[in-house]
Design a protein around this ligand. Structure first.
Ligand code: CO
Length: 221
């Protein structure tokens, strides 16, 4: 069978499957969503967010890019983040990386890959920050695995450093930010980082959301 036709056939089978369990499955979902989680994951085809967490449509608000990066000038990611935090009011943000990530692997090399160099550059920054630890790991796979974990930890920090998240922390005491790594070799998720509202941020990154100070009056004439 044509590979694209196979997808459309798969869709029909999936609809029948859902309706056989809950005849109103789609009718219930048609008008709104109330996901509790924002998922920021890798685009890798082996890491499907809903499948590996056993979740259904409606449960995860999802953003995926190469190597699950949180970059402060990425308006795609920032728009997803703002909508998730301010409109959907998610309680948890999960940054999920995975072992054997191609983006992280290439960032460990000196290959010139064209446009994607610009994206991988952000992962190289993670290596530079943690080079003392990473360079002590002699085994290549072990160093690669640790680099994947440290990349997730840094993206968790990047999420917490946004004014979007800090404002929600300040006003509503949510969301909790989690860093997970999916082990592509076993199927299991490892929890490796967690930031509770208001804790763990370096001072230089914190925003002051206090009331605006009154306008200064000029010298009286
Ligand atoms: Co990846």
């Amino acid at each position: 069978m044509d590979s694209v036709k196979k997808l459309l056939m798969g869709n029909k089978a999936w609809v029948m499957d859902k309706l056989s369990v809950h005849p109103d499955f789609f009718a219930r979902q048609a008008n709104s969503q109330q996901p509790e989680f924002l998922w920021i994951g890798c685009s890798d085809s082996r890491v499907p967010a809903e499948d590996i967490t056993g979740t259904e449509p409606g449960e995860l608000f999802v953003h995926r890019n190469i190597a699950n990066l949180v970059i402060h000038t990425d308006f795609n990611m920032l728009s997803v983040l703002q909508y998730a935090v301010e409109v959907l009011k998610v309680k948890h943000i999960i940054v999920c990386g995975h072992y054997n990530c191609g983006g992280v692997k290439n960032a460990m090399t000196h290959l010139d890959l064209g446009l994607i160099n610009k994206w991988l550059r952000h992962i190289k920054d993670v290596y530079r920050i943690h080079q003392r630890e990473l360079n002590t790991i002699a085994d290549h796979q072990a160093r690669f695995d640790r680099f994947v974990e440290l990349n997730v930890t840094e993206q968790v920090r990047n999420i917490a450093e946004t004014s979007i998240v800090q404002r929600a922390w300040n006003k509503e005491g949510r969301p909790i930010v989690h860093g997970w790594v999916y082990d592509i070799r076993t199927g299991y998720l490892n929890t490796i980082a967690r930031m509770e509202p208001g804790f763990g941020l370096d001072d230089i990154y914190t925003f002051d959301f206090g009331p605006p100070s009154p306008p200064k009056t000029g010298p009286s004439s």
